[in-house]
Design a protein around this ligand. Structure first.
Ligand SMILES: *Cc1c(COP(=O)(O)O)cnc(C)c1O
Length: 363
């Protein structure tokens, strides 16, 4: 079978095995986070692979992402935690999606749907982003308890998210979260799941594992920032067919601005992937790739649709495959390597792969 010109090949078995490995290492049930189209891997196939690997929950950002899974027949427990004032929460009730609640007025709007809609209370334990502020927590909990007694909602969970600002910050957030959970129980609520840790804390902080760990990036085999992951394998390989090869003399300027000029007679190979496809322009002249198993780096600037590789005297032909990132066991750079080259994080590399890149799936 001929391969697409631009391909993100997703190894679903790798996602399943990564989930299995991480939940075993964390010794905890896992919610696998498949927001942002499964971190760019495809939400539905990633969700199925995660469940295959023993995930018992799935996490997404909003109800639109939740409905993509439900429409495809994915019926696992599912939590969504960002909503706007126009959100129709009856969709959540009808499709059995847990609604993460972030402030009192939102709680009222969710409860107005009634029918025992499933609610998870989200605390802002210090990250300063979404979630009920610690100062408002008692009032929200009191109201949630009244709404549950009235049959309008069912409080199924309590959760928060860490700042990754170091172990002291994590400990401070954990203490605030523990108090908040005590407040919930004291109000007579009995959440099924209390959860705090994402990939990094799931592995590094056993005391924060609680009832569930929320595994995102690790499931895709990409290391969180400032941490290595052992055992997991990258699930995505990004490649393209070389579309042009030419022999040029010394002194040939390459790509916009001539940041690269050939030092001697050489071969230039053109890769049809650019920043519109998610290849970060900040990795110009630095990002690495393999062609026929040989490592090269980007020559000069990455453009919208393409970049050039100065391959020297290596025999390269039109149609040969350039692999930007994939499994390092096969000698390829990783998404994390591209993140380092562009001064960003692996999350941004995999989630920004664009629509022109065809996703293909292997078991
Ligand atoms: C994205 C997200 C996660 C997953 O984080 P990773 O670092 O990718 O494991 C967990 N919880 C919340 C609230 C998130 O937004």
């Amino acid at each position: 079978m001929t391969r697409p010109l631009r391909e993100a090949r997703i190894d679903l078995g790798a996602i399943s095995r990564n989930v299995e490995l991480l939940r075993t290492a964390a010794d905890s049930p896992a919610m696998v986070v498949v927001k942002a189209d499964g971190y760019g891997h495809g939400a539905v196939p990633a969700a199925r692979a995660a469940l295959e690997g023993g995930a018992t929950w799935l996490g997404v950002v909003d109800l639109e992402e939740a409905m993509e899974l439900r429409t495809a027949g994915v019926d696992a427990p599912l939590l969504a935690w960002i909503h706007d004032p126009a959100t129709d929460f009856s969709i959540a009730r009808e499709n059995g999606v847990d609604v993460g609640v972030n402030y009192l007025e939102q709680l009222e709007r969710v409860a107005a749907v009634g029918g025992g809609i499933r609610v998870q209370l989200k605390l802002d334990s210090g990250l300063g982003r979404n979630g009920v502020s610690a100062a408002d927590w008692a009032a929200v909990v009191t109201r949630a308890a009244a709404l549950e007694r009235a049959g309008a909602i069912r409080v199924t969970g309590v959760f928060s998210h860490l700042s990754n600002a170091g172990s002291d910050a994590d400990a401070a957030q954990a203490a605030i979260f523990t108090d908040a959970v005590d407040t919930v129980r004291a109000a007579g609520l009995e959440p099924e799941v209390v959860h705090l840790a994402a990939t990094a804390a799931a592995l590094d902080r056993p005391e924060l594992r609680l009832d569930l760990v929320r595994i995102g990036i690790g499931a895709y085999g990409v290391a969180p920032d400032e941490r290595e992951l052992t055992g997991v394998r990258p699930a995505m390989e990004l490649s393209a067919a070389i579309v042009s090869v030419k022999r040029v003399p010394a002194g040939q300027g390459v790509s916009y601005g001539f940041d690269h000029v050939t030092a001697e007679e050489t071969t230039l190979a053109l890769v049809p992937l650019g920043y519109a496809d998610g290849v970060p322009r900040h990795a110009s002249s630095r990002g690495q790739l393999t062609i026929n198993g040989v490592r090269h780096h980007v020559a000069g600037r990455i453009a919208m649709d393409q970049f050039v590789v100065d391959v020297g005297d290596q025999p390269v032909a039109v149609g040969d495959r350039a692999v930007l990132f994939g499994d390092d066991r096969d000698g390829h750079p990783t998404a994390r390597d591209w993140a380092d080259a562009a001064d960003t994080i692996g999350y941004e590399i995999v989630t920004r792969i664009g629509r022109r890149v065809t996703r293909t799936y292997t078991a």
